[in-house]
Design a protein around this ligand. Structure first.
Ligand SMILES: [Zn+2]
Length: 257
């Protein structure tokens, strides 16, 4: 029951539902960021005082789940163009929370200020938290924003190849591909795209929830280190030290993948 994990409070003329989620252990530092995301996602829904909890299946007219309707949704999703890219995303060797963040971004389900505002949540402003210019849509804050453009440019400079990229999230992901290299190398390389997007979003949350300072170099450096550590420690497929990766990514990719 929703009413068991929080309580109503009145601020001014509005009723506000305050979440009181209990955890079995204290949260780790990196989980606090996810907690902030969870709360902003929950707050994006308008809760009604006194209403009774119920589940609604949002597909078809019945409003109740049937195996047939679930199967139809999955089939339509898998056969769409974006379905191909989602499949590719899930095949990458990256951590689950990063995949989940990117997946939500591709579906335009990240709780950006613009999407929260559209869903009726009280947000102080629609403006991007990084540049303080333009509405904060996922496509803006992850790809087009002038702050994150520096991150993507840094990545191109680091690799030594320049790219012209589309600003739509899925197309941008699509363009993050090294045509001269094997599929195996590209599976690794696309992990860098996921790491950058994830780091941008976490950086944005740090600013939104913890008064952080905008730093595009930090975003890029953390993404570089993350990909290296995933490869080295999680998949144990890298025998090269971090300085090789930071100094000559192309050679590292060729030798590692
Ligand atoms: Zn911006």
């Amino acid at each position: 029951m929703i009413s068991e994990v929080g309580e109503w409070a009145t601020t001014g003329e509005n009723d506000v539902f305050l979440w009181k989620l209990a955890w079995r252990r204290q949260l780790f530092v990196w989980e606090e960021d996810q907690y902030g995301q969870l709360i902003s996602l929950l707050n994006s829904i308008r809760w009604k005082r006194g209403s009774v909890d119920k589940r609604i299946w949002g597909v078809g007219d019945l409003k109740t789940y049937t195996v047939g309707s679930g199967y139809r949704v999955l089939n339509e999703f898998a056969s769409s163009t974006s379905g191909k890219w989602f499949k590719e995303l899930w095949s990458l060797k990256v951590v689950g929370s990063a995949q989940l963040c990117v997946w939500r971004a591709m579906l335009e389900k990240l709780p950006t200020r613009l999407s929260l505002d559209k869903r009726g949540a009280a947000v102080p402003s629609n403006l991007c938290r990084l540049s303080k210019k333009f509405e904060e849509a996922a496509q803006h804050v992850l790809i087009s924003c002038e702050v994150v453009q520096n991150v993507w440019d840094n990545c191109d400079r680091w690799l030594g190849i320049s790219f012209v990229r589309n600003h739509y999230i899925i197309n941008h992901f699509q363009s993050f591909f090294l045509s001269r290299f094997s599929q195996k190398i590209n599976v690794f390389w696309r992990g860098m795209w996921v790491a950058i997007v994830w780091e941008i979003w976490m950086h944005r949350n740090k600013i939104e929830f913890n008064s952080g300072i905008v730093d595009d170099v930090e975003i890029f450096t953390l993404a570089q280190l993350k990909v290296w550590s995933w490869n080295k420690f999680r998949w144990q497929s890298g025998n090269y030290c971090v300085s090789d990766w930071l100094l000559c990514p192309i050679i590292y990719l060729q030798n590692t993948s």
